[in-house]
Design a protein around this ligand. Structure first.
Ligand SMILES: NC(=O)c1ccc[n+]([C@@H]2O[C@H](COP(=O)([O-])OP(=O)(O)OC[C@H]3O[C@@H](n4cnc5c(N)ncnc54)[C@H](O)[C@@H]3O)[C@@H](O)[C@H]2O)c1
Length: 259
């Protein structure tokens, strides 16, 4: 079991479909102890999902944009475990007017909300937990390949480009403490966040056509397993990295020609 004895904080579970739910499930199967976080009105949904894990777990309050929640998170993780060996950042949000083909008209405030919640927050979470992390600890975030522009993704795509950069700067600043910071760049998966993006299904079709291994939008397990690998000691010399879990889509320029 590659996560035996690891204590992990997992953010971003809202339903059983959430990528973070599957990461928590796999992590428990690999021997980890898990705490979830959620916030405000979706917290009840997270608590329901938490009961469906192989071992039910507690849910801590965390709006990643609130300093008071971040301070309380540090205190309650310290009180429970003293230390924390890893964290999953599975948090993203962009207002509706900054997505779905509205790149040219989105107001600055919406673009900034997307940046704050989806990119700056990786630094916030890392800063809250790093004081509790021993050497060898690992932070993982979730990316959607931001090296190119996509249809419909708009300011969320710009926020992901920022997230990629934030992860590299965190790798720089936390590396000397022995803390690793990496991202998993996932192909499209049918979660609450994804279904909220108009045109998601058409984009998902492109992955099915082009990925050499194929791509199943209803199977988050390959992404969850890669998260567990990066949280584990098997990834001990990997930091500042982006691992693509997309059936190989990113490596191919166009779908195979027929005939
Ligand atoms: N689903 C996909 O196709 C896909 C692909 C690549 C990357 N991702 C990324 O995976 C991550 C998880 O998304 P998901 O697809 O599982 O969707 P999801 O809707 O299940 O999860 C998004 C989570 O973000 C949380 N969140 C939003 N604002 C927050 C705040 N202020 N404080 C704390 N939490 C907040 C929500 O509560 C929710 O749990 C996101 O970073 C997303 O961009 C998703």
């Amino acid at each position: 079991m590659i996560l035996e004895g690891k204590r992990l904080l997992i953010t971003g579970v809202i339903t059983k479909d959430s990528i973070a739910f599957h990461a928590a499930e796999q992590a428990q199967r690999e021997g980890a102890s898990v705490l979830l976080s959620s916030f405000g009105r979706v917290r009840r949904m997270t608590e329901r999902a938490a009961q469906k894990l192989p071992e039910p777990v507690d849910v801590l309050e965390l709006d990643v944009n609130k300093d008071s929640d971040l301070e309380a998170l540090t205190a309650s993780v310290r009180e429970r475990w003293g230390e924390v060996d890893g964290a999953l950042h599975a948090i993203a949000y962009a207002p509706e007017d900054s997505l779905g083909g509205r790149f040219m008209t989105a107001p600055a405030d919406s673009a900034m909300q997307a940046f704050q919640t989806s990119a700056f927050s990786l630094k916030s979470l890392a800063a809250a937990l790093a004081p509790l992390m021993p050497s060898g600890a690992s932070i993982v975030g979730l990316d959607f390949d931001a090296s190119v522009a996509w249809p419909i993704y708009d300011w969320m795509g710009v926020a992901k480009a920022a997230l990629e950069s934030v992860a590299r700067y965190l790798a720089r600043d936390l590396g000397p403490q022995g803390i690793r910071v990496n991202l998993v760049s996932a192909g499209p998966l049918g979660t609450v966040a994804a279904r909220g993006i108009p045109g998601f299904e058409q984009l998902a079709d492109r992955f099915r056509e082009q990925a050499p291994l194929g791509w199943d939008t209803s199977d988050p397990v390959p992404v969850a397993r890669t998260i567990c690998f990066l949280l584990s000691d098997y990834a001990q010399a990997i930091t500042g990295e982006i691992v693509h879990v997309d059936g190989g889509f990113h490596a191919i320029g166009a779908p195979a020609l027929s005939g």
